[in-house]
Design a protein around this ligand. Structure first.
Ligand SMILES: [Zn+2]
Length: 314
């Protein structure tokens, strides 16, 4: 399967509406493989990954980082997805193997799998403090929950549709096969007249499931055109999206170095080293005694320098 995921950006109604739409089959397949996701987890985490990616596309700067955290008391235990402005996303489920019986018709019981809880969005825009906002889950379907977040936390009327379709004939032991995955996000821009805001709220209601449209061969451009329902649509960007973890030796070492010195010493003396596993891609980073020694030396030097500069200021 060489089909590449991509997302498009468009405006409509003289710029009062903007929309994003993408196909994410490869992305959700990659997540399912990486984390050995159950069918339930593949559907749920897939939706959160797609939603986070579409929200990421609304960011302005390449360095901005957006994280969506769905915390509930259901079997999945929680879902996390993180994305930058390019739409490449990574994520994980707290209980990736959790399976909840499907509803009549074969759809995933999202409300049952996620439970009641909250949706939290963190935006790190390079300012002193990240922006954090949390809203209660309204349905656990993710699309509705993200739309509710935009309305409540950002006062922006938004329609969000995300969907994942899975192969029904999976054999035991095989990884979950994703047959279609995608989503769109439409929102009114600031100052949009009232009828336009009302249009946004009706945009999802009248649409067939996005996975059905994508499986029938509709492109993200076609889906977004349909969602804008007859309005003049102008496409302004098209770019690949997908699953990508940006962890690395240096990033992990920095996280390790931020631990208290006594913890680093304990790892050095009692454990003989440290093994850190990345939650997003399951890659393991090993730090031997010499590497920990070096981190401790650097931390001590920084600590003493801090003391000295304090004394100079007195
Ligand atoms: Zn990683």
């Amino acid at each position: 399967m060489t089909r590449t995921d991509y997302a498009v950006r468009a405006t409509a109604a003289g710029g009062y509406l903007r929309g994003f739409c993408g196909s994410y089959r490869g992305c959700v397949s990659e997540a399912a493989r990486t984390h050995s996701l159950s069918r339930t987890a593949a559907d749920a985490l897939g939706r959160v990954l797609i939603a986070a990616s579409l929200m990421g596309l609304t960011l302005k700067d390449d360095d901005d980082l957006l994280t969506v955290r769905v915390s509930g008391n259901g079997a999945l235990g929680g879902l996390i997805a993180s994305c930058r402005a390019d739409g490449y996303v990574k994520g994980y489920a707290v209980n990736p193997g959790a399976e909840v019986p499907a509803l009549a018709g074969g759809t995933t019981d999202m409300a049952g799998a996620i439970g009641s809880g909250t949706l939290t969005v963190t935006k790190d825009l390079g300012l002193k403090e990240p922006y954090v906002s949390s809203v209660p889950l309204v349905s656990g379907e993710i699309g509705e929950d993200v739309a509710n977040y935009f309305l409540v936390s950002e006062q922006t009327p938004t329609a969000v549709c995300v969907g994942v379709a899975l192969d029904s004939g999976r054999m035991r032991g095989e990884s979950t096969q994703v047959t279609a995955a995608g989503g769109f996000l439409i929102q009114a821009t600031p100052g949009a007249p009232e009828p336009i805001a009302a249009f946004v709220e009706s945009a999802v209601v009248s649409m067939p499931p996005i996975t059905k449209l994508l499986a029938e061969g509709l492109t993200p451009e076609g889906v977004l055109t349909a969602a804008f329902g007859g309005l003049d649509v102008e496409f302004t960007a098209r770019a690949p999206v997908g699953y990508r973890c940006d962890c690395g030796e240096e990033r992990v070492a920095n996280a390790l170095a931020s631990l208290p010195i006594r913890d680093l010493r304990k790892m050095r003396d009692e454990d003989g080293g440290a093994e850190i596993k990345c939650h997003f891609c399951n890659k393991t980073y090993s730090f031997g005694k010499p590497a920990l020694e070096e981190l401790i030396r650097e931390r001590m030097a920084a600590f003493l320098e801090g003391l000295r500069s304090n004394e100079r200021e007195k």
